[in-house]
Design a binder for this molecule. Structure first.
Ligand SMILES: C[S@@+](CC[C@H](N)C(=O)[O-])C[C@H]1O[C@@H](n2cnc3c(N)ncnc32)[C@H](O)[C@@H]1O
Length: 281
């Protein structure tokens, strides 16, 4: 039986990479190459899972206002679908970094298949020590990738360093909405390998402390984490198909690994989208 990771195990980059090497293959298949949350308008919204997941990509990347030819860093890029779409649909140059070797390989083949390998590149890299010089990017995307590490502030300072003056950052992630029943929150954080879970004011404070001007923010948790039951129902519709591809025990292990995710009450976990800018001077 798998042992619960300790706090140290949970935060070490190698452990984070191993975690995504394990969960990304099924997550990639289930959520169309996007390892992030969904967005449903309510219980009566019958959008399929792929569409609900795509809505988050659109909402978050839409705040960047990308123009053709701009240089974008996708920090914590997952299996690459979001970056590939940005390169294909908007004509930007995207560099994706991740701690998962599986994701680098998957994202690279996805870019080749989409015919954008000249504009979308992926490599192993840690966003707390970004392997690019100061001012290398016009925009940075961090779509649900910032909370795994134990040093959110260091990551934000690195974003500030590698952005050009006037450059933009868009991030989305979980926020703590209610600390009642702290055991539920701790279970959620441990299961997802989260190093932190800031409240909305804490998120904004930390983004500002890194030197950014916050220009827009949204808290849409009721349409994201609040729709967790709908996610389970929708995902279950594809269970047999996914099990045929990966094997029944792999799917069971995947589902067991996410059991702790569903432990908090719907109103305990929010979802924040923040758009900010590095001042021009
Ligand atoms: C929940 S997934 C989101 C992936 C992708 N942004 C998406 O929306 O599909 C989190 C991602 O963050 C990456 N990640 C976590 N910590 C990282 C770090 N310190 N440096 C680079 N990537 C990191 C993981 O490897 C994984 O790709």
């Amino acid at each position: 039986m798998a042992t619960q990771p300790t706090r140290e195990d949970r935060l070490a980059p190698a452990e984070i990479g191993r975690h995504y090497d394990e969960v990304s293959p099924i997550g990639d298949e289930l959520r169309d190459g996007q390892l992030h949350m969904w967005y449903w308008y309510g219980d009566e919204d019958d959008a399929p899972l792929e569409e609900a997941v795509q809505r988050i990509s659109h909402k978050v990347t839409g705040t960047l206002g990308l123009r053709p030819g701009e240089r974008v860093l996708d920090a914590g890029c997952g299996p690459g679908e979001t970056a590939v779409r940005l390169a294909r649909d908007l004509g930007v140059h995207v560099t994706g970094i991740t701690l998962s070797a599986f994701e680098v390989a998957k994202a690279t083949s996805r870019a080749e298949a989409a015919g954008v390998a000249d504009r979308a590149h992926f490599r192993y890299g840690d966003y707390t020590a970004i392997p690019y010089p100061d001012g290398s990017f016009d925009a940075i995307l961090a779509l649900e990738s910032l909370l795994n590490g134990d040093d959110l502030d260091k990551a934000l300072r690195e974003f500030h360093r590698v952005l050009r003056p006037g450059g933009r950052v868009a991030l989305s992630d979980f926020s703590l909405e209610s600390a009642r029943e702290p055991d539920r929150i701790e279970t959620f954080k441990t299961g997802l390998r989260l190093g932190a879970l800031p409240t909305v004011p804490e998120w904004l404070e930390r983004v500002r402390a890194a030197g950014f001007q916050v220009e827009e923010y949204t808290q849409c948790g009721p349409r994201v984490f609040g729709m967790k039951t709908k996610y389970v129902t929708t995902a279950m519709k594809r269970r047999a198909e996914i099990a045929e591809r990966f094997g029944d025990s792999a799917v069971r292990e995947y589902a067991d690994g996410y059991r702790s995710f569903f432990v908090p009450r719907k109103d305990q976990i929010g979802y924040i989208i923040v758009a900010a800018r590095k001042p021009a001077r």
